[in-house]
Design a protein around this ligand. Structure first.
Ligand code: SF4
Length: 386
């Protein structure tokens, strides 16, 4: 089992909180002409990369596909089809249990949704972020609240039942009552999955620069934690499983692709800045368009790679597992890292972690809802160094 990730690094403008690599591209899906040149070249290099790496992944069978970005929904259907066909021709694609495309609301017309369905896409991850007009403006999003409702409606009418939306909370001056309204709007859409992220200051984001230049106040962590608590209460009351720090699903709708990543399943990443993992080695592509084009056009398959040390594997395992509701399975951890490391883990929790933040029995250690808020800090205090 393995997953495929394809990075589409184009956006129509930059959102203030975002630090992902993407290039601003102003075209509409239906247009062509000189403004599309870069995107056209990208698709051509991307498909060349897939062919170039054919041998590396010949022993993997891929069961999930995820187009992320950037904004994959800026691609028109024939471009998407071309990439998908190249994947099928060069990778062993088995029964695909989940095929997700990230999409921005303003691009999800009924026709586009229908065509995506026809291509085999069975899950949409829609970048709603907020249903409040002022909040959307502050975040630098291009869509309106109405676009968000319409996008979900179009997706449902086109036959999608596996739809996820992203929401952002912890935004200064957006009160708890606005956050409750956001969640109520999500509930009314009868979603089976949503992701909710606390706003963070990502280095290189527009917001980070504004805060550094004193043009925006620092983020209010107390507000973010209070809204996380509201979120946790909302998900429990409405039957969502809080299965990862930022992810919530009705039974059976947990994201398979993302879960595979959290549980250490190999994945092949294609596109600029994409990372791959074959179970032993981590490989990555160049982080900017020029270097990526040069690498692939010269037959260079990766920009860099590293073999994970035992310490890296342990630390990553602790970090990713603690962020999930399942937590650390002690039998699995013993098999992977040996009894001594598991004893070390248990001692760390017994002696160093607040009792309200975790639950432990003989078979697993899991963070409580309260503890999940501190997951990254708890994990990093456990990390081993060489
Ligand atoms: S949040 Fe999404 S749409 Fe906005 S700049 Fe980042 S990748 Fe682009």
């Amino acid at each position: 089992m393995a997953g495929i990730y394809v990075h589409i690094p184009f956006c129509k403008s930059r959102c203030v909180y975002c630090a992902f690599y993407s290039v601003v591209c102003r075209r509409e899906k239906s247009s062509d002409g000189h403004r599309d040149e870069l995107m056209g070249r990208y698709i051509s290099v991307l498909t060349k990369e897939i062919q170039l790496k054919k041998d590396i992944y010949r022993n993997f069978e891929f069961n999930t596909i995820y187009f992320g970005g950037g904004t994959p929904s800026l691609l028109n259907v024939s471009e998407l089809e071309f990439v998908i066909n190249t994947i099928k021709e060069n990778c062993k694609v088995g029964r695909v249990s989940e095929f997700t495309i990230e999409a921005n609301p303003e691009q999800l017309s009924f026709d586009y949704c229908r065509q995506l369905k026809h291509l085999g896409v069975n899950r949409l991850s829609i970048g709603v972020q907020s249903f409040d007009g002022d909040t959307l403006k502050f975040l630098g999003r291009r869509h309106s609240p109405e676009d968000a409702f319409k996008a979900v409606d179009n997706a449902k009418k086109a036959g999608f039942e596996n739809i996820s939306i992203d929401l952002i909370y912890g935004i200064n001056e957006r009160s708890d009552s606005i956050w409750k309204e956001e969640l109520e709007n999500a509930r009314q859409l009868e979603m089976n999955h949503f992701s909710a992220y606390a706003l963070t200051l990502e280095e290189n984001s527009i917001l980070y620069k504004r805060v550094k230049a004193n043009r925006h106040e620092a983020l209010d962590e107390g507000l973010a934690k209070r809204q996380y608590d509201i979120l946790a209460g909302f998900s429990a009351k409405n039957g969502f499983l809080h299965y990862e720090v930022s992810n919530f699903a009705k039974g059976g709708y947990e994201s398979r692709h993302n879960s595979s990543y959290w549980f250490g399943v190999p994945y092949a990443g294609f596109g600029v800045a994409a990372h791959s993992f074959d179970g032993r080695m981590r490989m990555w592509n160049a982080p900017n368009m020029n270097d990526y084009f040069t690498d692939i056009e010269n037959g260079r398959r990766f920009s860099g790679q590293e073999k994970l040390s035992e310490y890296d594997k342990f630390n990553e395992y602790v970090l990713l597992r603690l962020r999930t509701a399942k937590g650390i399975n002690l039998f699995e951890a013993t098999e992977l890292f040996g009894a001594k490391k598991v004893e070390y883990l248990q001692t760390c929790f017994r002696e160093g972690v607040d009792r309200r933040h975790f639950e432990a029995d003989g078979s697993s250690i899991r963070l409580t809802q309260e503890g999940l808020w501190f997951a990254d800090g708890i994990a990093s205090a456990i990390f081993l160094t060489e």
